[in-house]
Design a binder for this molecule. Structure first.
Ligand code: ASP
Length: 591
């Protein structure tokens, strides 16, 4: 490497061999050429100092007109983000000029020759500017990508994918690509469709996931499949949602849940070790969906803090307080703070946003007094159950079970953050198992698959698919870390008849079943082995690893919140000729 080629002679060590961030005391006296971007330039009356930056870091170069008059001439023109090539000698900095925050802070390059390789127009924003508007950042993404944070996130992404591949291949999984132009694969979002020129009037759908295809691969004899797959979901965008996601997609024949979970735990442990140097404790704990809802009010609980939800439904059945006695469910959380009236009003407004009708509370003040409008209605036994440390508040929700979970789940997260209870250093993984198979969709007045329609009912729930779909449990699971759902999967239906029953429960007529999924039903009838798998969202994993709240900051070229790429302007109009070839006529769009 460069250090060996760096002889203290007149030879110039090529910049190809030594990067800016690698220059150190061992090169003092060497002649060197460095190339990079101008990160900052300081003109000190004659002497010009430049922080030269490349992918490895920064090195200070000094242009002294007494040493290099031509270089000094050029130095006056340079601005931030110009690309320069500088040749000179590495010298040790005077002790008072050492920069302890920089790996190259003990040295600098005294320049003899300077070349402006590529200038830059004035910048739309400075790389070290805080709070730049996201659309502007995306419009000039090539500049934004030069920022240390984006460099870090995308390098982390490459490390993540490389570790995943290594682990999956070591476990005997085969990387097989599946088509992008396909048929709808239901994952609960809208499809992106692509018109076919050769088959006018027909459309491909971009896969919401390779779900059916990976099942067909296992049925086709590939007993362990994986892919880093791009999935397209046309949904409204949020901080943790984009339309093009990448996922680690996995499927295997004859799955065993313990084995599959332990493979995935080992994969995660390797990723966390390689990417952020964290040693995870395996196996990960597990909660059933029902437990997670009851204790954390969420199917993706953040276990980095307590504030667990407690149940008081039975205890309050005989209560004199009508709302407690009559509610389907009564639950509460104990918060280690005695809230003031104003704070309680704010919390009540928050709870109402999540569907609560009000917020009952008991404040246990520091002086031992109980402050609450409901205390006088509670029996000694009830008060005993709710009694908490002085300096705390008990917050109640009494309503239908789902509303109670939603309200207390939201309050728990809100207060965990607000009161600084979250252990920001922790990695708390948890498997969520035993999801319901179906949920009732009020809008369409139909059952809808909670996961997707190919997940099999858990043992004992097969009959319920027909007799009581709302009570059926699926053999499906999610993996959650720090409140972020990073993965989810299931064991699949491999029996044609059972698959048809599930489609029927979703009110797909036989004709529709054949039209949409006939090929899958045919495959299930030709020797389909039991199979199951999982998929992990690469961006979600990165959000957790990089502790990035915005999914778009772990993607090189994302679309903005409106689904537009501000850089290229996509989606854009197409030529009339192309539309004609496709047999498509556009309706005049309302202005
Ligand atoms: N296809 C599912 C998804 O994309 C994952 C799975 O069931 O394996 O979420």
């Amino acid at each position: 490497m460069a250090r060996e080629t760096c002889h203290k002679s007149d030879d110039v060590v090529s910049w190809r061999d030594l990067m800016c961030g690698e220059v150190g005391l061992s090169q003092v006296g060497c002649r060197l050429a460095l190339a990079g971007w101008v990160d900052a330039r300081r003109d000190h009356g004659g002497l010009v100092f430049v922080d030269l930056r490349d992918a490895s870091g920064l090195c200070q170069i000094v242009i002294n007109p007494e040493r290099a008059s031509e270089a000094a001439e050029a130095a006056h023109q340079i601005r931030n983000e110009f690309v320069l090539r500088a040749e000179g000698e590495v010298v040790r900095r005077a002790p008072e000029n050492v920069n302890p925050h920089l790996s190259t802070g003990e040295v600098e390059l005294q320049v003899d020759a300077l070349e402006i390789v590529s200038p830059s127009t004035p910048l739309p924003f400075q790389l070290d500017e805080e709070g730049v508007d996201e659309t502007l950042r995306l419009r000039y993404r090539w500049l934004d990508l030069r920022r240390p944070r984006m460099q870090h996130n995308l390098r982390l992404r490459a490390d993540l994918v490389s570790t995943i591949r290594r682990e999956m291949e070591a476990d005997g999984f085969l990387d097989i690509q599946t088509p992008i132009l396909f048929k709808p694969t239901p994952e609960g979002a809208r499809d992106f469709i692509v018109p076919s020129r050769l088959q006018q009037g027909r459309f491909f759908a971009l896969p919401q996931s390779p779900q059916i295809l990976k099942q067909l691969l296992v049925i086709g004899g590939f007993d362990r499949y994986y892919q880093i797959a791009i999935c397209f979901r046309d949904e409204d965008l949020r901080a943790d949602r984009v339309q093009e996601i990448t996922q680690l997609d996995v499927e295997m024949a004859f799955p065993d849940q313990e084995y599959l979970f332990s493979l995935m735990e080992c994969m995660c442990a390797a990723v966390w070790r390689d990417c952020v140097g964290a040693e995870l404790e395996v196996p990960f704990p597990r909660l059933t969906h029902a437990e997670a809802q009851a204790r954390y009010g969420s199917d993706k609980p953040d276990l980095r803090f307590g504030l667990e939800i407690e149940d008081a439904t039975e205890a309050t059945r005989p209560s004199e307080l009508g709302v407690f006695a009559a509610a389907e469910t009564v639950r509460f959380i104990r918060v280690p703070q005695a809230f003031s009236r104003a704070e309680l009003e704010r919390l009540e407004a928050f709870a109402k946003e999540w569907g609560a009708k009000g917020l009952a509370y008991l404040v246990f003040a520091e002086d031992g007094e109980v402050r609450s409008p409901i205390a006088k209605f509670l029996s000694e036994a009830e008060l005993e159950l709710f009694r908490s440390e002085p300096g705390s508040t008990v917050l109640f929700a009494a309503d239908e079970r789902a509303v109670v979970a939603r309200v207390l789940g939201a309050l728990r997260i809100h207060l965990g953050r607000e009161l600084g209870l979250v252990d920001e250093e922790a990695w708390r993984f948890v498997w969520i198992t035993d999801f319901p198979m179906f949920e009732w969709d009020e809008e369409t007045e139909r059952w809808k698959a909670v996961h997707h329609p190919f997940s099999r009912p858990a043992p004992g729930s097969e009959e319920l698919v027909v007799s009581d779909p709302g009570a059926a449990i699926a053999h499906a699971y999610d993996l959650v870390v720090n409140g972020i759902e990073i993965g989810g999967g299931s064991f699949r239906i491999h029996e044609q008849e059972l698959q048809a029953q599930v489609f029927a429960a979703l009110q797909l007529s036989e004709e529709e079943q054949r039209r949409k999924f006939g090929f899958l039903l045919d495959a299930l009838a030709m020797g389909a082995p039991p199979h199951g798998g999982i998929a992990f969202g690469i961006e979600r994993m990165l959000m957790a690893l990089a502790r990035e709240p915005n999914l778009r900051d772990v993607i090189a070229f994302p679309k903005n919140q409106a689904g537009v790429d501000p850089m290229s302007g996509a989606p854009s109009e197409v030529d009339q000729e192309l539309l004609e070839e496709l047999g498509i006529e556009l309706r005049a769009l309302l202005e």
